[in-house]
Design a protein around this ligand. Structure first.
Ligand SMILES: [Zn+2]
Length: 45
């Protein structure tokens, strides 16, 4: 997943599938380097 803080692709920790307010699936995780929340919209892990 892409980390907006590192501005690089990073491995995500604590990855979980979530549903956004508009009903679309997304994947939520944490950057393994800086701990910033990461989202990937439109897919489930
Ligand atoms: Zn990061």
């Amino acid at each position: 997943m892409y980390c907006v803080k590192c501005r690089q692709k990073r491995d995500a920790q604590d990855v979980e599938n979530v549903t956004m307010k508009n009903g679309k699936p997304a994947v939520k995780g944490k950057c393994s380097v800086c701990g910033t929340g990461m989202y990937k919209i439109g897919a489930h892990a």
